[in-house]
Design a protein around this ligand. Structure first.
Ligand SMILES: Cc1ncc(COP(=O)(O)O)c(C=O)c1O
Length: 421
């Protein structure tokens, strides 16, 4: 039983008064506390960071750097301060523009001097395009072999297959912690074991995992972890990449420009300390500070409670969805194997009735002010594997209630009836 005081915290999210918001896997809502932290930066100490020496700049730098420390601590990443908590000696946590940029950064940077022709990269058939297309492109450019691990009827990865695909030529295994289509929570610790036994690096796409459960990069033993602030109460346009220090130290920067250098000569340059080596140019200062405030908000609730709340709602939703005729649910049947989402499609009954398309479903619900997602959710490979062109997806977070799940399921029942009559 979760202890999240849902009715109380809903007051922090102004928009929830008017909508039933069940599209949290796409993006979450923002509490006043996060908006306030960014507002304060803009109105009280707005300045660039890591540049000047006046007071506003110093405050902005401290707040921006401190936000890195909050996010690093949230996932168990290492960092060491210098100058009385003003700057890092090093930090394993880089701010990016989101999970997509984090994953592109890893793939691009590893492709510069690390990956070579004939090397293998293992991904899964349930990956989001952000954890697929960068590898596809680099595989084409470098002549790498891309191998896919499939999932079974329950939406679970075939670990035996993974074990046989990862061999001595495998340099990278890249896998999602939670599938944004099937909902499956993948066993990252086991996958890390399989990858590391063969000397491969493990990249984890945490976009749907980090917002919903306690994640510890040391316990998972991943080499990289990517996630986005906007899926965990933070602002858009900012996210993070964790990387093990010894790897980040050796890797090439992703982008080049201001702030990421330690020295520049006419024909050469050397790189700044971590994390700044990977943060070229003026960063997302207000957004970074908002990201820190989002993590503080989640810390107050406790990530075990966040997970328990999602679990209760998803268990309840799966049970209630049994009442909807002709509904096909994708992914694990057991709620404990799922993150906070359920994707589904209506089946046609041959010669009797056509099922509403995913877009009909989302449209019907939208007219009742219920927000869900329809489409392929940037997982075309997984949809094609299952032979479906689109699905509808509802996804929960800390502020959702069972009565919202009821409104959602009751609307599906109504819609199904309409399509039959
Ligand atoms: C599993 C997964 N990976 C990566 C992403 C990309 O995240 P962003 O669009 O925030 O970069 C998403 C977004 O939906 C996702 O669900």
């Amino acid at each position: 039983m979760s202890t999240i005081p849902v009715e109380k915290i809903r007051n922090d999210f102004p928009l929830l008064k008017n909508w039933i918001y069940l599209d949290n896997a796409a993006t979450t809502q923002t509490p006043y506390q996060v908006i306030h932290a960014m507002h304060e930066y803009y109105t009280s100490y707005r300045a660039n960071v890591h540049r000047g020496i006046y007071e506003l700049e110093a405050r902005a730098s401290e707040a921006y750097n401190y936000a890195h420390a909050l996010v690093a601590r949230f996932i168990g990443a290492d960092f060491y301060w210098i100058d009385e908590e003003k700057d890092f000696e090093f930090s394993e946590l880089i701010f990016t523009s989101g999970a997509t940029q984090s994953l592109n950064l890893v793939a691009e940077s590893l492709s510069r001097g690390w990956l070579k022709k004939g090397d293998r990269v293992v991904v899964t058939a349930m990956e989001h395009h952000s954890n697929l297309v960068p590898w596809i492109r680099i595989a084409q450019e470098k002549g790498l072999e891309l191998r896919y691990v499939e999932f079974d009827e329950e939406g679970e990865l075939k670990l035996d297959q993974l074990e046989s695909l990862v061999d001595d030529n495998t340099r990278v295994v890249s896998v999602t912690l939670v599938s944004n289509f099937l909902g499956t929570i993948n066993p990252i610790e086991k996958i890390a074991d399989i990858a590391h036994k063969k000397g491969a690096l493990l990249v984890v796409d945490g976009a749907q995992g980090v917002p919903h459960m306690k994640v510890d990069v040391k316990r998972m033993d991943c080499d990289f972890l990517a996630f986005s602030a906007h899926k965990m109460l933070g602002p858009t346009g900012v996210g993070a990449l964790f990387g093990k220090r010894e790897l980040l130290e050796k890797m090439e920067p992703y982008e080049y420009g201001g702030d990421m250098i330690s020295d520049v000569e006419r024909y050469s340059a050397s790189w700044n300390r971590l994390p700044w080596k990977f943060e070229a140019g003026t960063p997302k200062i207000a957004e970074g500070i908002g990201f820190g405030a989002a993590v503080e908000y989640l810390n107050k609730l406790g990530m075990e409670q966040v997970r328990a709340h999602d679990y209760e709602l998803i268990r309840y939703a799966l049970k209630r969805l049994e009442e909807v005729p002709r509904l096909k649910i994708f992914g694990p049947s057991k709620p404990e194997k799922r993150g906070g989402l359920v994707s589904f499609a209506f089946e046609d009954v041959e010669g009797v009735a056509k099922g509403p398309h995913a877009h009909d479903v989302a449209d019907y619900l939208a007219r009742r002010r219920i927000c869900i997602r329809a489409g392929h959710h940037c997982t075309l490979v997984a949809h094609k594997t299952l032979g479906v062109s689109a699905s509808a997806r509802m996804s929960t977070y800390i502020y959702n209630t069972k009565s919202e799940i009821d409104a959602f399921v009751d609307s599906l029942i109504e819609l199904e009836k309409k399509f039959r009559s």
